[in-house]
Structures are given as structure tokens and as C-alpha cells.
Design a protein around this ligand. Structure first.
Ligand code: SF4
Length: 213
């Protein structure tokens, strides 16, 4: 693969976005090729930069600034797809930061489409500080937990599971006191939502471990 050529072509295509404040390109803090803590099975996890939820006692405040980390450029993307292509990898998880932060949405949307067309059986999980307020056949409407504003993202129907809502440290403390392991979540207020089932059922339907990986 000619990485230098790929990088130059990509830069040319994205030059407007790169020089524009409304970046549609994404920075990541790191990629974990094989992770067992952020969804079922072995998963490739992208920790993206950019989050404006400001959860108290957030464990990753360095991810809040969308300019932290490094650019998810064609070389990083090739590494990501290389990791994801392995037979024993169940799927990928986008976490952060917030993958649905405005600065990241265009890139995540594109990645979701490519992943589903290349690897239809691999599952996609997204962690977000937004709350999935309503799911209809064609759209997921997310509500910002702090600003109480909504955004509409049509492509979420291609995502398998969304873990929604902010990290609430007080809920977490109660979880710990009660030895309640929130399993794949930081605090038990966050819901693991099965997007496909929610769309079919017309209501929020939680993911069950036995559903699929
Ligand atoms: S959504 Fe996640 S990264 Fe963002 S502030 Fe909350 S805990 Fe931290």
C-alpha cells in the first residue's frame, strides 16, 4: 500500500475541512486492537478525541479537546481496518471522548457504512454521552444531556448497540457500594440499546448478552 500517496490524496480531498473550524475530520487518542471490556468478544476499539459533556470525575478528560491525540488519517484508518479484518475480532467499538461529538460525526458515519459493507457480520458499538431519546424507523434522535439540545442522525440504524448517557459518578459510587457491576458501562444509568430491535419494536429495547455478539 502506498501510504504517502494515500495521505496526499486524502489531504487534497479534505483540505476544506482541515482548514475550516467545523472539522469533519477526526482525531483519536489511541486504538486498541484487541479489547474485552467495551462490548462482547474481542473488539477493536477507537478512542476518539472531542467531547463536550463534561461529566464530573470523567476518567478521560484529556479526550475532551477535539485537537488532542493524532489525526485519524489514511494510515491510521488502514491500521484500524487491518485490526478489524481478523477472523477472531467480533467487531469494533467507538468510544472516547464522544464519537458523536459534532467534530466526529461525519467520519464515524463514513466508517460505519464502510464497516457494514465490508464486514456485515461484525458488530458496531458506539459509546456516547448523548441520550437516545427516540428511535424511529429512519432516524435516531439524540438529546444532549446537559444542553438539552437534540441532533438527528439517520445513519445510526446501521449501528448495533449504542451505550447512551453521561457518566454519573454518584450512580457509579452507588454501583460500587452495592457491588453492582454495570458491565461494559461506567455507571448503571447508561443503557446498552439494541438499535435494530428498538427500530423493529418502535421503542427503546435493551441489548441482551445472548442476542448476538
Ligand atoms: S461522555 Fe465520556 S468522555 Fe465525555 S465527559 Fe462524559 S465520561 Fe468523559
Amino acid at each position: 500500500m502506498d501510504y504517502e500517496k494515500m495521505a496526499l490524496e486524502w489531504e487534497e480531498e479534505n483540505i476544506d475541512a482541515i482548514t475550516d473550524d467545523n472539522l469533519s475530520v477526526m482525531n483519536i487518542m489511541r486504538m486498541d486492537e484487541e479489547d474485552m471490556l467495551n462490548g462482547p468478544g474481542l473488539r477493536t476499539v477507537l478512542w476518539v478525541s472531542g467531547c463536550n459533556h463534561c461529566c464530573k470525575e470523567c476518567h478521560n478528560p484529556e479526550t475532551w479537546d477535539k485537537n488532542n491525540g493524532y489525526l485519524f488519517d489514511p494510515i491510521a484508518e488502514a491500521d484500524f481496518f487491518d485490526a478489524l479484518s481478523k477472523d477472531y475480532i467480533s467487531g469494533c467499538t467507538f468510544s472516547g471522548g464522544d464519537p458523536l461529538n459534532e467534530s466526529n460525526r461525519a467520519t464515524i458515519e463514513r466508517l460505519v457504512k464502510v464497516i457494514k459493507s465490508k464486514y456485515p457480520t461484525k458488530t458496531i458499538w458506539i459509546y456516547t454521552g448523548y441520550i437516545v431519546q427516540q428511535i424511529t424507523e429512519n432516524a435516531a434522535i439524540l438529546m444532549h444531556s446537559r444542553l438539552q439540545t437534540t441532533i438527528e442522525i439517520n445513519w445510526l440504524k446501521n449501528v448495533d448497540v449504542i451505550v447512551d448517557g453521561p457518566f454519573l459518578c454518584d450512580v457509579r459510587k452507588t454501583d460500587v457500594e452495592k457491588s453492582n457491576d454495570p458491565h461494559y458501562r461506567g455507571s448503571s444509568n447508561q443503557r446498552m440499546i439494541d438499535i435494530k430491535k428498538s427500530i423493529i419494536n418502535g421503542k427503546i429495547t435493551l441489548w441482551e448478552e445472548t442476542t448476538y455478539e
